[in-house]
Write a new protein. Structure first.
Lengths: 113, 111
């Protein structure tokens, strides 16, 4: 089974802090994704990576950056956390190509005070 | 951009068939239609994917009419454990600005 793990289930940070959310997948998937999920807004794509060191912006990249130095690891970075970034963050991976079957991690609930 | 529209919520009883429809009027030629299920405090889980006509697997069927402007997820004989939020996703992995999740349909199954 594909396993996608996220570094924390719950995280509390203060405004202005730099925040790192880590995601690791163990199935040699090419694609990795970061989403945020908010009530009434569904899942919104922040960033996508289709290969090591490669990335594409999603719907809402503002205020975020990403890093993919190794194939299995995809990091989401909040350079200066703000209260409107309080949300559930979900990481996913998929095999590659046009395959839309994404495997999701359990999520990180981030609260920015 | 293939924006999707789903009912916000649906109720059903155990043993009934449930059909959830997703509208995607601006679907592009290359777009696939994918459905996910999400339980509270978990990430979404893939259910089924299709391009046209009908696709069936061990848990669901997906019906896509010829014009592909909508799709219907069919869950046969639901149980209490099918209570979840169901998301319709239309698009392709690349370019990702065309990978759009709907806001989801909350299905409540009653005994």
């Amino acid at each position: 089974d594909v396993k996608v793990t996220q570094s924390s289930r719950y995280l509390v940070k203060r405004t202005g802090e730099k925040v790192f959310l880590e995601c690791v997948q163990d199935m040699d998937h090419e694609n990795m994704f970061w989403y945020r999920q908010d009530p009434g807004l569904g899942l919104r794509l922040i960033y996508f990576s289709y290969d090591v060191k490669m990335k594409e912006k999603g719907d809402i990249p503002e205020g975020y950056s990403v890093s993919r130095e190794k194939k299995e690891r995809f990091s989401l970075i909040l350079e200066s956390a703000s209260t409107n970034q309080t949300s559930m963050y979900l990481c996913a991976s998929s095999l590659g190509g046009r395959d839309n079957e994404q495997f999701f991690g359990p999520g990180t609930r981030l609260t920015v005070l | 951009l293939a924006k999707t529209t789903q009912p916000i919520s649906m109720d059903s009883y155990e043993g009934q068939e449930v059909n959830i429809t997703c509208s995607h009027n601006n679907i592009a030629t290359n777009d696939y239609i994918t459905w996910y299920q999400q339980f509270p405090s978990q990430g979404p889980r893939f259910i089924i994917q299709g391009y046209k006509t009908k696709v069936t697997n061990e848990v669901a069927s997906l019906f896509i009419p010829a014009d592909r402007k909508s799709s219907t997820l069919s869950l046969p004989r639901v149980s209490l454990s099918d209570t979840a939020v169901y998301y319709c996703l239309v698009g392709v992995i690349r370019p990702t600005d065309k990978l759009i999740f709907g806001t989801g349909t909350r299905l409540q199954v009653f005994p």
